[in-house]
Ligand binder design. Structure first.
Ligand code: KG4
Ligand code: ZN
Length: 339
């Protein structure tokens, strides 16, 4: 089959996004309407507001994606949409829109797992990348170390037991007065701080060395701030940010490299919003180089939520004949590998 065109739709959190992708790897358009400004007022994503904003914007976002791609609706071979995991109300907007769109135009519908989308973002700029490879997915809601055994086939080696990496960034940013969204702000402020200033803990999980835990680290930051406050002393924001970030980066790199060695992997990728962190990108690249492992990472715009990654994942599902029925529903706690 030549020239398969997929329209991707993403609305699982606070970005309303649509994209047109050809043959799984060529992004013709990538429209992202972010709600960050609105949610910043509340210090985090307010689910009810997110759903309403998706409803207001989705129609224009999809139109803009088709227009920018210079593609007519007739040229679209299938509509791919994120159906989980995520905020149920937010997901429902994308799912309902995609279903009615595909139904009205008599096009096949593909349901995409959001984490699968993040992983597939790596295919966009790395045309040579093919399974099998290992991928660390680090986002606001997920921290997964995954073996990609084939297109659409995933084996989860490790996951977080509590907070996701991005969640930890956001929470720590809030307590040190950086506000929302925390990840990019900690990334920036850390450049002026000393990553060795404070020795925050690096958690290890006894019964699965590839699992993660970030809640102890978050508490350690809080305890550090409280103890200084009780003594009437002030803290250096950039040092706290840099030391916290270093602890997260050390754990992510450490677990990943242990797994890469153990499974004798030659290709390793990172994905998800936290994968746009400049310190993590540098540290992972260096660690892979040292071990002679090919390292892949999407450009930052394809790390944070977007619909191009959903269209790419949708393409591989479509090619495998994995189509959704008209009963497709939003599944807020969808597990990777579940259909
Ligand atoms: O993948 P994503 O856009 O949405 C989810 O699927 O959750 O990830 C959002 C998360 C947020 O927690 C945000 O703070 C974090 O990614 N993030 C970062 C950076 N940019 C975004 N974390 C650290 N450094 C960054 N530069
Ligand atoms: Zn995401």
């Amino acid at each position: 089959m030549d020239n398969i065109t997929i329209l991707g739709i993403e609305s699982s959190c606070d970005e309303t996004a649509a994209s047109v992708v050809r043959n799984g790897r060529e992004v013709l358009s990538n429209i992202i309407s972010s709600q960050i400004d609105i949610h910043t007022l509340y210090g985090g994503v307010v689910p009810e507001i997110a759903s309403r904003k998706h409803m207001e914007r989705i129609d224009r976002v999809v139109d803009a994606a088709l227009k920018e791609a210079n593609t007519s609706i007739e040229d679209v071979d299938a509509v791919a949409v994120t159906y989980g995991p995520g905020l149920v109300g937010a997901l429902l907007v994308g799912v309902s829109y995609a279903k009615s769109y595909a139904w009205a135009l008599n096009k096949p519908l593909v349901g995409v797992h959001h984490i699968e989308g993040h992983i597939c973002a790596n295919y966009i700029e790395n045309k040579e990348l093919k399974p099998p490879f290992m991928c660390l997915v680090v986002s606001g809601g997920h921290t997964h170390l995954v073996m990609v055994t084939d297109y659409g086939r995933y084996e989860v080696l490790g996951r977080t037991r509590d907070d996701a990496a991005g969640e930890a960034f956001d929470k720590v940013a809030r307590v040190i007065g950086l506000g929302y969204p925390g990840g990019p702000k900690i990334d920036k402020v850390s450049c002026e701080g000393n990553p060795a200033a404070i020795d925050f803990p690096r958690a290890k999980i006894a019964d699965n060395e590839y699992d993660f835990s970030f809640s102890g680290l978050k508490s350690a930051v809080l305890n550090y701030l409280n103890s200084l406050q009780m003594k009437g002393e002030s803290y250096i924001q950039a040092d706290v940010a840099a030391s916290f970030q270093q602890a997260v980066v050390d754990v992510l790199v450490g677990h990943s490299m242990d797994a890469v060695t153990r499974y004798n992997v030659k290709d390793f990728a990172i994905a998800g919003g936290v994968a746009s962190n400049s310190h993590l990108r540098e540290a992972m690249q260096a660690a892979c180089k040292e071990r002679d492992i090919n390292f892949y990472m999407p450009s930052p715009i394809f790390c944070t939520d977007n619909a191009a990654m959903i269209a790419v994942a949708g393409y591989y599902e479509y090619m495998a004949g994995s189509l959704a029925s008209w009963n497709l529903n939003a599944v807020p706690a969808l597990k990777l590998g579940e259909k």
